[in-house]
Design a protein around this ligand. Sequence first.
Ligand SMILES: *Cc1c(COP(=O)(O)O)cnc(C)c1O
Length: 371
Amino acid sequence: MQGPKITFEGGEFINFASNDYLGLAGRPEILAAAKTAIDAFGFGGGASRLLGGGSVLHHNLEQRVAEFKSAEAALIFNSGFAANTGIIPCLASEGDALFSDELNHASIIDGCRLSKAKTVIYRHCDVGHLRELVEREKAKRRIVVTDTVFSMDGDIAPLKELYALCLSLTSGPHGRGSLLLYLDDAHGTGVLGSGRGALAHVSLSPKPWIVQMGTFSKALGSCGAFVAGSKEAVEWITNTARSFIFSTAAPACIAAASLKALELVEQEPELNCKLWHNRHMLADALREMDFDTGGSETPVIPLKMDSVGAALDLSAYLFDKGIYAPAIRPPTVKEPRVRIAVTAAHSDEDIASLIDALSDRMKQSARITSR
Ligand SMILES: *Cc1c(COP(=O)(O)O)cnc(C)c1O
């Protein structure tokens, strides 16, 4: 089971690779909700949602998500990957332009490819560069697409600046049509803004020109994804997103699990507090040890290394100490790193074990270099 511990080849390890940020994947309340739904609705989704598939739980979940995101409407997808590859081509087509952060998730990259729109890549989180590219682009419809939290670096997109840029071009005297903002909040949902996501984190409210996507598969410990936005946008997506229309509804038990997870996020704010407590405890210690954690501001913390060898060595060293933290190498990322994901399910002792192991390692390598 997902949790703070993971078993490999008979050995138990503290797991620092899970995106189950709130430790919900194994929560008895969620398992019970899923089991009850299996008894009531059976397992298979039956058919596509538009052809009578799904259940009342799917509808309830959509309503619940809309409330949770303070949006007019929401639609659920079977996965985050299906959401991005389905929605982006609905929003942009031939003759339009998509502006995509260079470190966006693979599913966004594929969504852009499927859209037939021109895709313009801007430098990571560089709003100045983005503005230049946007102003140069003559397309009628222009859409900025970004991860809110970048999954390999743990940094947060410059949301306020992106919002201001889109707002200035949407309400200004520009005759060329507006600028839409598409946010992938996969790692922000349940994590940022007391769980409500990236916009809440920066105290911005939803706008008709913002489309928010998020997943149930990470902090919510379930499966699937959602899009939340204006009624008009969600209706359009419902009737045009191919990964929604031509895919069988997810089992009702998954909707039940996601519903329960949202309820727990609202009822137990202490989960989110524990997550951030753990994050700060670890990040403070890493800073003192002079690790290069890049621009990480979230529970995803990369330990950037000079070489692939160094990343593999550190990961193997931690593994020997009973700690699972995988090395991530090119081409997945440009700079090799050990990627740490801290969760609310880690105990103070789990975090201390990681800090102690890293500290021992630093002392060892300091001894080697000073010899
Ligand atoms: C994980 C992830 C997805 C895909 O979500 P799944 O539900 O796992 O398919 C999409 N976008 C980002 C940024 C992700 O991290």
